[in-house]
Design a protein around this ligand. Structure first.
Ligand code: FPP
Length: 245
């Protein structure tokens, strides 16, 4: 696969940790633990392939509805994973960013997120976006609120609002939108992930459960992407160059 047929931005809904554990008669937590290992593998693979941006949906706004014990375990796991992986991420020149509403995380996790973002801010390699307490509707809503404030202040007229205005206020407005969306575990849903930014993404669904998602599974998704013709609403003869570079 050549550089020009690779997606610039891959967004992944990592699904199936619970089913992976159930198939092995293990507690759900063991599935999440293996899910972290899979995430580690895929981060390294994508960085090696010079993917510019990788986004992982680690915790949705809806995930707060899970039993308290599981939510508590996941928060601990996120904290431990950050503590453990920050060195690897920094050594690999990866910049880590978090998107989502941070208000509901405990202070220790918030401090760690802040620390890791600061440490890796100047890294020029792959950008890893961790979506936590994130939802696509939440993102559009917070962008709308920012524009409404501008309208209230008389800085912007409501009639002048374009999609570009909304885009400019979304999380990661400075980065390209995902070209490839991957969801594991056979579910055919976006589940409120990056709704606005996925408008033109290629969608790839696989039955593989997230803890089993490995380099080979990623290759299969990339081959699927390389074989797609992306038209952005135009006819096949007048479409822009694949990745515009
Ligand atoms: C998806 O499986 C799991 C989650 C959304 C929880 C968090 C994700 C991980 C622990 C993996 C990677 C973590 C990091 C820090 C990068 P599920 O519980 O929805 O599985 P099920 O649908 O089979 O029950």
């Amino acid at each position: 696969m050549t550089e020009s047929t690779l997606p610039r931005h891959i967004a992944i809904v990592m699904d199936g940790n619970g089913r992976w554990a159930r198939q092995r008669f293990l507690p759900r937590m063991a599935g999440h633990q293996s899910g972290v290992e899979a995430a580690r593998r895929i981060v390294k693979c994508c960085a090696k392939k010079n993917i510019k941006v990788l986004s992982l949906f680690a915790f949705s706004r809806e995930n707060w509805r899970r039993p308290d014990q599981e939510v508590g375990y996941l928060m601990q796991l996120f904290l431990k994973s950050l503590e453990r992986e920050v060195g690897m991420l920094h050594e690999n020149n990866i910049q880590l960013r978090f998107i989502g509403d941070r208000q509901n995380f405990n202070p220790k996790l918030c401090d760690k997120i802040f620390e890791v973002e600061n440490l890796t801010r100047a890294n020029s390699g792959m950008i890893l976006i961790m979506a936590m307490d994130y939802g696509g509707q939440w993102d559009i809503c917070q962008a709308t609120r920012q524009l409404a404030v501008q309208v209230e202040r008389g800085e912007l007229s409501s009639a002048a609002i374009t999609p570009d205005h909304i885009t400019s206020k979304l999380s990661f407005a400075d980065l390209p939108d995902p070209d490839l969306f991957i969801r594991t575990s056979g579910e055919l849903r976006l589940s409120n992930f990056m709704l606005w930014q996925l408008a033109y993404a290629e969608l790839y669904f696989t039955n593989t459960l997230w803890p089993d998602f490995d380099e080979q599974a990623l290759e299969a998704a990339l081959s699927h992407f390389a074989g797609r013709e992306r038209r952005f609403g135009q006819s096949s003869s007048d479409k822009p160059p694949l990745l515009g570079e």
